[in-house]
Design a protein around this ligand. Structure first.
Ligand code: XIL
Length: 360
């Protein structure tokens, strides 16, 4: 896109560019067709759920601004694996079809996660080979079904302990040993020879010890020959994050030389009382301005990566009201505004900060 047209987008155009609520003047109709994704030299992702796809404003805003989709829930084990051990792909297929019908890349999330241990696996716990066979079958069937439809997988999610020290004890490690992660990567590669395979985790920006443990696991997987081909940092942060923390994390994580997915960005705007010892920003305008600066830092850090390491820059939801931080058990007082677009689908300062950074 020419500099002239980019500047146009950033002036009057951007108000049309991002919003789904104003009708473009004829002269700017072209600009209104564009969206954040037109400015991004890398995939811009967003999490979505099938329940949101019936909302025309949601679909219009998503398709206009994003080029990649992460199923927020539908490709997780609890959405696919039935109590009797059978597979139900209906919800995952619905999102995969939506992505294909709207020319969106589809990121698979997530094959193995400590937090989801459906009864079909709990029932097999301690059964030795039967558990191991079911684990392999699950990964082969799910990753095999979406081969050629997903552009990458979160193979193992949140493997590092809450306190950042070492790897979690979980159903998978208790039944398969510490190599459950390496096994998962191997089976995912067996099912899909091409998709980049990611290790994904959170608080890597705010807990340097957790980031060290994460990198140690990634290095152990690589050394063992596991087909780890990408690292993902969820980036669930708040407006109170220390400036520079995201840049430092991205720099560290990129040191492996692998593709990097900034996989689940949201920036909570809850005030100080929700986050102990943080800077108090009473006014909403202050908090939204701070949120814009955090999004700008994340976008700058990601944009500074070499192209081969820019897998995708993904927001964990479209409008504030779509956020998991507005639903139990995280909803708090329901006032959080963690995403780029407000409840009415209007772009917030954070959306402009992303647009301005992408257009540099
Ligand atoms: C969350 C979803 O957003 C919620 O709707 C669901 O109830 C729980 O899971 N890290 C992850 C995501 O990798 O899968 C989680 O998504 C948020 C934290």
């Amino acid at each position: 896109m020419s500099t002239q047209s980019r500047r146009h987008l950033l002036t009057g155009g951007s108000a049309l560019l991002l919003g789904a609520c104003s009708r473009p003047a004829p002269a700017q109709a072209e600009a209104a067709l564009a969206g954040l994704k037109q400015l991004a030299p890398f995939p811009l992702g967003v999490a979505a759920m099938t329940g949101q796809l019936g909302d025309p404003q949601f679909v219009d805003l998503l398709v206009r601004n994003f080029s990649q989709l992460t199923p927020e829930w539908e490709m997780k084990m609890e959405a696919i694996l039935k109590a009797d051990g059978d597979f139900d792909f209906a919800r995952a297929d619905a999102l995969a079809d939506f992505a294909a019908n709207h020319s969106l890349r589809l990121h698979g999330h997530t094959l193995i996660w400590y937090a989801e241990t459906p009864v079909a696996f709990e029932r097999l716990s301690g059964s030795g080979q039967a558990f191991a066979d079911a684990y392999r079958t699950y990964i082969l069937r799910v990753a095999g079904r979406y081969r050629g439809r997903v552009v990458g997988w979160d193979v193992v999610n949140e493997a590092i302990n809450e306190d950042g020290e070492g790897e979690r004890d979980c159903l998978w490690s208790r039944n398969l040993g510490p190599d459950y992660a390496a096994l998962a990567f191997g089976y995912a590669r067996e099912a899909d020879p091409d998709a980049p395979l990611f290790l994904n985790d959170y608080f890597l920006e705010t807990m340097p010890n957790k980031r060290r443990s994460f990198l140690r696991l990634a290095e152990r997987l690589l050394k063992s020959g596991a087909p780890l081909s990408g690292v993902a940092t969820q980036t669930h942060v708040s407006i109170h994050i220390k400036p520079g923390s995201i840049k430092a994390a991205i720099r560290d994580l990129a040191s492996l030389g692998l593709p990097l997915h900034l996989s689940e960005l949201d920036v909570s705007t809850r005030n100080a009382e929700a986050i102990a010892g943080a800077l108090d920003m009473a006014s909403l305008a202050d908090r939204l301005a701070h949120q814009a600066r955090v999004v700008e830092e994340a976008a700058e850090a990601f944009a500074a990566l070499p192209a081969h390491q820019q897998y995708a820059f993904t927001l964990w939801g479209l409008r504030d009201k779509d956020s998991w931080l507005r639903r139990p058990p995280n909803a708090g007082d329901g006032s959080d505004r963690p995403l780029l677009f407000d409840d009415a689908g209007r772009p917030k300062p954070a959306a402009r900060a992303l647009l301005d950074t992408l257009a540099r």
